[in-house]
Design a protein around this ligand. Structure first.
Ligand SMILES: [Fe+2]
Length: 336
């Protein structure tokens, strides 16, 4: 497939450019050459390239700038950096297929193109895998809504919805029941600051509702998640809230569920809410959820003891958790 590979060569030195062109042509490729980063951007706007070989030191925008632009805007194009000054490379540029140290020989250049092709094949697979997972999440979110609409008449809407959760992800349903018990206990220890206990209990029961729609490949993966899969996992928060917004009687739980994975310091998701902008109910659910998750086995890691989980929770105060809520939770645990 070498001859069909499209290569963009970016270097301000004509002699270096010509050498690389000759080597690439000897394999039947027809590389395009440009002499600076701006021309490279223009070339990328009008044509697709499998591999870009980029000189780091160039007048104007340098090769590192161009490499980051490529990673952001052209995720399928592999980047090979070429430089005589390895020590000047920015360690933050990690997503490159290969690094050529000047001066390099023909064989080393061809190896870099091979690595570029391999990098690109992998990148395309990742992008397709991500797309399949995203499509499945959308499809399953809709399927849960359809199932709810079909069964709504058979009983209380909250019971029907919880039954859907239980039938699709029994472990999550059990976890949610425990979280709702912890949440109620925390609320009573806080003494009357929570507006409605039944609403808190329901929000806790449905805080992981979106996992009923999360692709199984992600939910039950026995090893740590890739970045793409972790993103999909985080999407369960919004998909659960979206399902709740489609209900007749539970739509007011949606904002509580949506905020249940926010962090007290604003570094959570999906909205980066901080402090008291996170509803109190969501802050309570966050603590109860983390504690229960840590004290249960999860495929790839063993459960923590209660004491270990508490010290983990304390380590995350006040970054992740509201100190007042954690204080109330500790007083609940001490009583038992
Ligand atoms: Fe949870």
């Amino acid at each position: 497939m070498t001859a069909g590979t499209s290569v963009l060569i970016v270097d301000d030195e004509p002699s270096v450019r010509n050498l690389m062109v000759r080597w690439a042509e000897s394999l039947g490729m027809q590389p395009r050459t440009v002499e600076n980063a701006y021309e490279a951007v223009r070339a990328l706007q009008t044509g697709a390239y499998d591999v870009a070989v980029i000189d780091v030191m160039m007048p104007g925008r340098n090769g590192l700038w161009l490499a980051s632009a490529l990673r952001r805007d052209y995720p399928q194009t592999a980047v090979v950096l070429a430089t005589a000054h390895v020590e000047e490379l920015d360690p933050r540029i990690t997503a490159v297929a290969d690094l050529l140290v000047k001066p390099f020989k023909r064989e080393r250049f061809l190896l870099a193109l091979d690595r570029g092709r391999e990098w690109r094949r992998h990148a395309i697979e990742e992008i397709e895998w991500h797309q399949r997972l995203t499509d499945e999440l959308t499809r399953q979110t809709e399927a849960v809504i359809v199932e709810l609409e079909r069964n709504r008449a058979t009983g209380d809407e909250a019971d029907v919805l919880f039954e859907i959760l239980r039938s699709r992800v029994p472990d999550v349903a059990l976890h949610s029941e425990r979280v709702s018990r912890y949440a109620l206990a925390i609320a009573s220890a806080l003494g009357g600051t929570v507006r409605s206990l039944p609403r808190l209990e329901l929000a806790a029961r449905f805080h992981d509702l979106g996992k009923a729609a999360t692709p199984h490949a992600v939910l039950s993966k026995p090893s740590p998640l890739s970045a793409v899969e972790a993103g999909l996992m985080r999407a369960h928060v919004d998909s659960g809230a979206d399902i709740l917004e489609h209900t007749h009687s539970l739509a007011d739980l949606a904002p509580l569920v949506r905020a249940s994975h926010e962090w007290f310091n604003g570094r959570g998701y999906p909205r980066n809410l901080a402090g008291e902008r996170i509803p109190l109910e969501s802050r309570i659910i966050g603590v109860a959820d983390a504690y229960d998750a840590m004290t249960q086995d999860r495929g790839y890691r063993n459960r923590l003891s209660s004491a270990e989980a508490i010290s983990e929770v304390l380590r995350s105060v006040p970054a992740q958790f509201d100190p007042g809520v954690v204080g109330a939770f500790l007083s609940v645990l001490n009583r038992h």
